[in-house]
Write a protein that binds this ligand. Structure first.
Ligand SMILES: [Fe+2]
Length: 472
């Protein structure tokens, strides 16, 4: 037995390395290492479809047609090598001729042989009703993630938003291959039918506990957020080296490979905005290195929210400004933007980070101290003091007019849940918290219409855990 132990350990090591970095050939997903998945892309009114393959990189074709078209159109393809693994190629197709509001079909083939097909929805027209799911802190490879994926698929969402901590433990390519795509783009092929949009969390592009996931020497396939996601490039931080972006750490070669794989997405794609039907979405990087007291960044947020004519306004970030969870209690830096959200009448701010569901009352927050010291943002002293005005009359059932912004933590998507004690004892909640659920995994589902906005929280068994209706 003693002699066989080293062999077993060696086999385990080889097995884990094989899964991690040397996934050379397609297996479980047929010819694909990552099956086709839909992204916003960077062009307005277009969508992108991405998929990853092994050594067979030639002869690929993606064709699509709107539901009322008779013939398929060829999409232009680009190919990129991912950092940390030269054996995986990401193929990106740009769908520029989609009819807004219509369904479309697409098929992927290699050397004339069709290997994948699906139907999805183009971006909806302005002013049309929409629905979407929200779940953060999800890619853990857990039973909870599996159950949530099934419940989410039952809702047939046109769009799913992930408010950060997309994949654990460290946002690397190998983590995506193991803990993210096999779930959200596994048997149900959800990402091939629904548009997924993500906001980066600390596990994706900053710190995973004590581990710095930006260190490309430790993780040459790190910060895969910037290569695997293809989202709008209209954010305010465009230059490499800007201190408000995740710093690149590692050897010159590893950094160059990362920047090449990111194909222009780094660092700008950490913040962006887009319109979708009757709603506007603003995605913000809430990691501590961003100084949201910087006047030019604040102006960008204010201008973005002020310019939209959409009926509903949503903000997505990872770190919540307002949370009752004991974990990360000191990371309150995103409160610094509360005044801009209030001024521009944002309806809901979604976040994660706390592995729970939390709903606040509509609130207004007045900053007490003019500035949060720079050094406090990277330390434990990130408390942001101020005074609150609560809308105590809003209940989302009989009184549906919200005076202030509602803050939702939807971070129960698959990672280990927060302490159940917190759900059981409202006396431990902050005074703004109206609902706290962390005994089961859950996700949010929103329907935004010309009449109202309905927010539901759905549990891992499909149970309705919470519901509010907002009217303007
Ligand atoms: Fe987090």
């Amino acid at each position: 037995m003693k002699r066989s132990l080293p062999i077993i350990l060696l086999l385990l090591l080889l097995l884990s390395c094989g899964i991690a970095l040397n996934a050379k050939e397609p297996s479980a997903s047929g010819p694909f290492l990552i099956k086709p998945y839909i992204q916003l892309g960077s062009a307005k009114n277009a969508l992108s479809i991405l998929f990853a393959v092994g050594s067979q990189t030639s002869g690929w074709e993606l064709e699509y047609k709107n539901s009322d078209d008779s013939a398929y159109m060829k999409a232009p393809l680009e190919q990129r090598t991912l950092n940390g693994n030269k054996d995986i190629k990401l193929i990106c197709a740009q769908l520029n001729s989609l009819s807004p509001g219509s369904d479309f079909n697409y098929k992927v083939s290699q050397n004339g042989k069709q290997l994948f097909s699906a139907s999805a929805q183009a971006r909806p027209k302005e002013d049309t009703d929409i629905s979407f799911g929200v779940l953060g802190d999800c890619g853990m490879g857990s039973k909870g993630e599996e159950l949530i994926t099934l419940q989410l698929a039952n809702k047939h969402p046109a769009m799913v938003l992930i408010p950060g901590d997309i994949v654990y433990p460290c946002g690397r390519l190998r983590d995506y291959l193991r803990n993210f795509f096999p779930f959200f783009n596994g048997k149900k092929e959800l990402m091939g039918k629904s548009l997924f949009v993500a906001c980066p969390g600390n596990h994706d592009i900053a710190m995973a506990g004590m581990k710095d996931v930006r260190n490309l020497d430790e993780s040459p396939d790190g910060m895969a957020y910037f290569s695997l996601w293809q989202q709008p490039l209209n954010g305010p931080i465009t230059k490499i080296g800007n201190t408000n972006s995740p710093e690149l750490k590692g050897s010159k070669q590893n950094i160059e490979e990362f920047v090449l794989a990111a194909a222009g997405n780094y660092p700008v794609m950490a913040n962006f905005s887009y319109d979708y039907g009757n709603s506007h979405f603003l995605i913000l990087d809430g990691n501590k290195y961003v100084n949201w007291q910087d006047q030019s960044l604040r102006k960008w947020v204010d201008d973005d929210l002020g310019a939209t004519k959409s009926k509903w306004k949503f903000v997505l970030m990872h770190q919540p400004g307002f949370s009752s969870d004991w974990h990360h209690q000191e990371e309150q830096q995103m409160r610094l933007l509360a005044d801009i959200f209030e001024k521009n009448k944002v309806d809901i701010v979604f976040s994660g980070h706390s592995h729970s569901y939390q709903r606040s009352c509509p609130l207004q927050f007045k900053l007490a101290r003019a500035r949060l010291k720079d050094q406090d943002r990277e330390t434990k002293a990130g408390f942001v003091q101020g005074s609150f005005k609560f809308d105590r009359n809003f209940d989302g059932q009989t009184n549906k007019k919200a005076q202030g912004v509602i803050y939702i933590v939807s971070g129960a998507g698959g990672a280990k849940l927060s302490l159940p004690l917190l759900e059981e004892d409202p006396t431990r909640w902050q005074p703004f918290t109206r609902k706290f659920i962390c005994k089961q995994h859950s996700f949010s589902f929103c329907r935004a219409s010309s009449e109202n906005l309905i927010l539901e929280q759905i549990g891992q068994d499909g149970t309705l855990l919470d519901q509010i209706i907002i009217e303007k």
